[in-house]
Design a binder for this molecule. Structure first.
Ligand code: SAH
Length: 348
């Protein structure tokens, strides 16, 4: 069943107008949208150029500007910040801010839990609860933007790499991307948005046909079907050949470079032979490889620095562009694969 967006943080200006029964002029709906999506205000009362009756009506209709509240936040030694949110509609999610000098990246969740069950990822281990609505996806960004604004900073990049599989919640994820991309909202260029998928081939093809130039990241992690299926059950539904064919179609349609993520696990997928096979798989493709030293959540172990460097060298020699992802926020369990479902006490 198609989810119907009910909360204002997930609505376009025309839809805000509709929800108000068409009783306010169109420019008012655009003002409201800009307060919400660009100025990232934390309450309707801060929308100071609206008539008081209208802000009151908005409060009655929607209760709050964001359908979530902060439960706790943790700050890492490296500046990474993790937020735990309780959702008004139930459940809890985590969001991560990755500050750098020139860029402020927010890593957002798209589902409560995850159904994909990758063996090395903490999110999947507590199962799947539900998809997020676009408003719940966007509100993570607006909450962080509200905080950054007070320090005179701005969000510059969004990665859909938090909890959940974005392409399994396709409609709401795309709606959220279009809201973040909206010219009178945050107006984040589509190229500043990166959607990461475990490899849902049909949805990759569908994404190729949208008129939205987002970056696509594909979690590969293994170079043959037997090995990949052992790590990622999704590979049984969409094996490598099918996945790579969908990726080729994506590149063909969009001319965009795909980022392949490869989490290096000692003794599992980190041998020079596997690096060579990876280079073979990607040869001739418009791509970039992102090596992620595994953040152990179970029995996995991270390869030595030397082993990681050797893996990267094999790819470089084959002229495959490669980078090693810098580890961030491990001390606060905010790194890749460490976000998990939390039980939020009912009294928060
Ligand atoms: N479901 C999406 C996005 C979420 S995960 C996807 O699979 O792409 C973001 C990235 O972190 C993915 O590449 C994922 O495979 C990787 N990841 C998951 N667990 C990890 C871990 N324990 N260590 C390092 N990377 C991990």
């Amino acid at each position: 069943m198609q989810h119907v967006e009910r909360h204002i943080a997930g609505l376009f200006p025309e839809e805000i107008s509709e929800r108000l029964g068409g009783r306010v002029p169109a420019y008012r709906a655009r003002q409201i949208f800009t307060w919400l999506q660009k100025k990232a205000v934390s309450s309707f009362q801060e929308m100071t150029n609206l008539p008081r009756e209208l802000t009151n009506e908005l409060e009655d209709l929607f209760h709050s500007v964001w359908p979530l509240t902060l439960v706790t936040n943790r700050l890492s030694r490296d500046g990474t910040e993790k937020y735990l949110f309780a959702l008004a509609a139930g459940g809890a999610i985590e969001t991560v801010l990755l500050p750098e000098e020139q860029r402020q990246t927010v890593c957002i969740s798209t589902q409560v839990g995850c159904a994909m069950n990758c063996s090395f990822c903490a999110t999947g281990q507590s199962g799947f609860q539900r998809d997020l609505a676009a408003s719940e996806i966007v509100a993570q960004v607006l909450f962080v933007q509200n905080r950054l604004k007070q320090e005179g900073k701005q969000i510059t990049n969004i990665v859909y790499m938090g909890m959940g599989e974005p392409l399994a919640n396709y409609g709401q994820v795309l709606r959220s991307a279009r809201l973040l991309n909206h010219p009178i909202g945050l107006n984040l260029g589509a190229r500043r948005l990166t959607i990461s998928t475990c490899g849902l081939a049909p949805q990759i093809r569908r994404l190729a046909e949208e008129d939205l130039q987002v970056n696509l990241a594909v979690s590969l992690h293994a170079v043959d079907d037997r090995e990949r299926s052992a790590l990622m059950p999704v590979n049984k539904a969409y094996p490598l050949a099918e996945l790579l064919a969908a990726c080729d179609y994506y590149t063909e349609r969009t001319n965009r470079r795909i980022s392949y993520e490869y989490a290096l696990i000692s003794g599992i997928n980190d041998s020079p032979k596997q690096a060579e096979r990876l280079a073979e798989l990607l040869r001739g493709r418009l791509c970039h490889v992102n090596l992620i030293p595994i953040n152990p959540v179970g029995r996995e172990a991270r390869p030595s620095e030397q082993r990681i460097a050797e893996f990267a060298r094999v790819l470089e020699r084959a002229r495959i562009p490669v980078s090693i992802r810098k580890e961030r926020g491990t001390d606060i369990e905010a790194a890749c694969g460490q976000l998990r479902r939390h039980e939020v006490p009912s009294d928060v």
